[in-house]
Design a protein around this ligand. Structure first.
Ligand SMILES: [Ca+2]
Ligand SMILES: [Ca+2]
Length: 277
């Protein structure tokens, strides 16, 4: 009897251990990145608390590094932040937990007073409300900027078409779900270069489009990955530009960081980092 109880407990322990081993990679965070040619130095921080991010920011700032990309992700119920820095110098501002009204007001005042533009926006939910992180940096030529959120795809297409006629370039796109409906955020800069946007495509399709666009002189600038009907869907934003790009998607942190080191040796730096649950 005692032996039987022990055996049952023992098997229970083994089962729990097996479940932990099996479930770990499924629960593990995945990382994706877009790299472009750049000879600046680069630093990356993955899945840090806001406090750790701020400490790194202060320290790196003294060494001439500036944030170029921020990501927000949820690990369990804890919000984590990932970030990329380049040794570019210059100013930077970050605005956390802003409502859209606060973010756009901040964007206006930073643009008017310091010629800083929104270069990266993230949207997430906090206590049931949508909040934004905005990263502001100097942008060459300090172009006029239009920021839009809460657009359905039809709304986005219409806005994009109108702004294309006024020669605005889409430079960042985000997507999120509200009331079971997909919505889009866009940052549009006046002037800029020709661009093309693909969305709602699977990985195979994405790769085929990427090959075609590469041959026509387009370089990947921004990627979004989201789940729909249990499948990964991709958004890609390409712009007409010279130079190389690299893409690495949905990889675990160690493999991603190994790739990051390898690309770094070839003077390729991240222009977009994605963290997916
Ligand atoms: Ca970002
Ligand atoms: Ca984006």
């Amino acid at each position: 009897m005692a032996l039987e109880r022990m055996t049952t407990a023992w098997w229970g322990t083994i089962l729990i251990l097996m479940l932990m081993i099996v479930s770990e990679p499924i629960l593990a965070q995945r990382y994706s990145g877009v790299w472009q040619n750049n000879t600046q130095k680069e630093r990356v921080l993955l899945d840090a608390t806001w406090g750790t991010l701020q400490n790194n920011r202060r320290e790196l700032r003294q060494r001439g590094f500036r944030l170029i990309d921020i990501e927000v992700s949820l690990k369990g119920n804890v919000r984590k932040y990932s970030a990329v820095w380049h040794s570019s110098g210059g100013a930077e501002r970050v605005w956390l937990d802003a409502t859209w009204a606060e973010l756009t007001a901040k964007a206006k005042s930073l643009s008017d007073n310091q010629e800083l533009k929104l270069v990266d926006v993230e949207v997430y939910e906090k206590s049931g409300e949508l909040r934004y992180i905005g990263l502001f940096r100097p942008v060459s030529g300090s172009p006029d900027q239009i920021l839009e959120t809460n657009m359905t795809w039809d709304g986005f297409k219409k806005k994009q078409q109108d702004l294309l006629e006024e020669r605005y370039q889409l430079v960042d796109i985000e997507t999120y779900i509200v009331n079971n409906e997909r919505r889009y955020v866009g940052i549009f800069n006046k002037g800029g270069t020709e661009y093309t946007l693909w969305r709602d495509i699977d990985w195979q399709c994405f790769r085929a489009i990427r090959r075609g666009l590469e041959e026509s002189g387009f370089r990947l600038r921004d990627i979004e990955i989201y789940r729909e009907n249990n499948k990964n869907k991709f958004i890609g934003l390409w712009e007409q530009a010279r130079g190389n790009d690299r893409l690495w998607v949905l990889e675990q942190s160690q493999i991603f960081l190994n790739k990051w080191r390898e690309f770094g040796r070839d003077n390729l730096r991240l222009v977009d980092l994605e963290v997916d649950p």
